[in-house]
Ligand binder design. Structure first.
Ligand code: NAD
Ligand code: TYD
Length: 331
């Protein structure tokens, strides 16, 4: 296929691009604004095999330029960090909602197939059982609210204009190339450096962990086999509370457990996410990587790829880290 992958220089987008080039032989154009989270280094081994356009999804000219010759759009581009959405929410509305709207207009004009990459966070928190695609959208954070708004726009373009649009909602991803602001890489890199490990609240919030390559496969499945107008959940095989995740990282890195430090909870912190993925499994998808195996691979990757994370950890991220954790962490 000739694909436009928006946000292809981010964590999951770059994983998806690699999969499409290596396993499907697609022609790929990446459109990415290269925010703090997007880096050409995420595509270092495949950059010469794709067309790269630096630009924003909310810019119709950049989108038109990027779309030349493409048959379908897969949209990973987003502001993605819940904590940043609490501190600075408006950027989230612009990228996640206005950006998605701009892409939908471009897809409508050209009659293109469209996949919106979304999240389990649109459903809010669930104490027991798992969300299905017909569960109501009850987002808690500005991040998940803007992702929900985008999902509703996508559905409206199917109902109103007959756009061939699908939504794929993933659970928490982890794996190589994830920005160190997120739980797993933050804990791995802090543990390797002997820095403190800041656990929010009581550490018993539960997430449904999905290896990014498996999510890339799920999004590809929806692109190939999804029915227009439908949403598909794509959940990981294992659930785990945060404290158990951090303790496992402590074991895998050989760090001291005493580095774990409880810090004040995130406002509006969802207690548990859990997805039922039966609908996507019925299309033939299944996750291949169990959490324990994927986490060990991820720790190994961060150990071996300091060239990738050293510049991130020493740059603007340091200021963010000080601002966000400085007062909460003792000492
Ligand atoms: P990320 O933050 O690593 O990457 C986002 C990418 O989007 C970056 O390359 C960034 O430069 C780009 N981008 C941001 N604003 C842009 C704009 N206005 N125009 C063009 N490009 C822009 O995010 P990720 O973790 O790879 O997530 C990718 C997608 O998957 C997002 O839509 C996210 O909501 C969804 N998702 C993420 C997870 C997760 O656990 N990380 C889980 C489920 C769904
Ligand atoms: P995160 O990686 O930010 O993903 P999300 O909020 O989208 O689920 O956080 C995963 C979980 O880890 C969440 O319950 C918040 C928690 N967390 C911490 O306890 N400490 C941290 O420093 C971070 C970044 C997250």
């Amino acid at each position: 296929m000739r694909l436009l992958v928006c946000g292809g220089a981010g964590f999951i987008g770059s994983t998806f691009v690699r999969l499409r080039l290596r396993e499907h032989g697609d022609q790929v154009t990446v459109l990415d604004k290269l925010t703090y989270a997007g880096r050409r280094e995420n595509l270092h081994d495949v950059l010469s095999e794709l067309r790269f356009i630096e630009g924003a999804i909310e810019d119709p000219d950049a989108v038109a330029d990027a779309l030349a010759g493409c048959e379908a759009i897969v949209n990973f581009a987003a502001e993605t960090h819940v904590d940043r959405s609490i501190a600075e929410p408006v950027t989230f509305t612009i990228t996640n909602m206005q950006g998605t709207h701009t892409l939908l207009e471009a897809a409508r004009d050209r009659g293109l197939r469209y996949v919106q990459v979304s999240t389990d966070e649109v459903y809010g928190s669930i104490a027991q059982g798992s969300f299905t695609e017909s569960s109501p959208l009850q987002p808690s954070s500005p991040y998940s609210a803007t992702k929900s708004g985008a999902d509703l726009l996508v559905s409206s373009y199917f109902h109103t204009y007959g756009l061939e649009a699908m939504i794929c909602r993933g659970s928490n991803n982890y794996g190589p190339y994830q920005h160190p602001e997120k739980l797993i890489p933050l804990m791995i890199l802090n543990a390797l450096a002997g820095d403190r490990l800041p656990v929010y609240g009581d550490g018993l919030n539960v997430r449904n962990w999905l290896f990014a390559e498996d999510f890339g496969g799920g999004v590809g499945h929806v692109l190939a086999h999804g029915v227009p107008g439908e949403a598909y959940n794509c959940g990981g095989p294992d659930e785990c509370d945060n404290l158990a995740v951090v303790r496992r990282i402590v074991e895998l890195t050989g760090a001291e457990e005493s580095l774990i430090e409880y810090v004040p909870d995130r406002p509006g912190h969802d207690r548990r996410y859990s997805l039922s993925s039966e609908k996507l499994r019925a299309l033939g998808w299944e996750p291949r990587t169990r959490f324990d195996q994927g986490l060990a691979r991820t720790v190994e990757w961060y150990r071996k790829n300091a060239w990738w994370w050293e510049p991130v950890r020493s740059g603007a991220y340091r200021e963010y880290y000080e601002r966000h954790y400085g007062r909460a962490l003792k000492g």
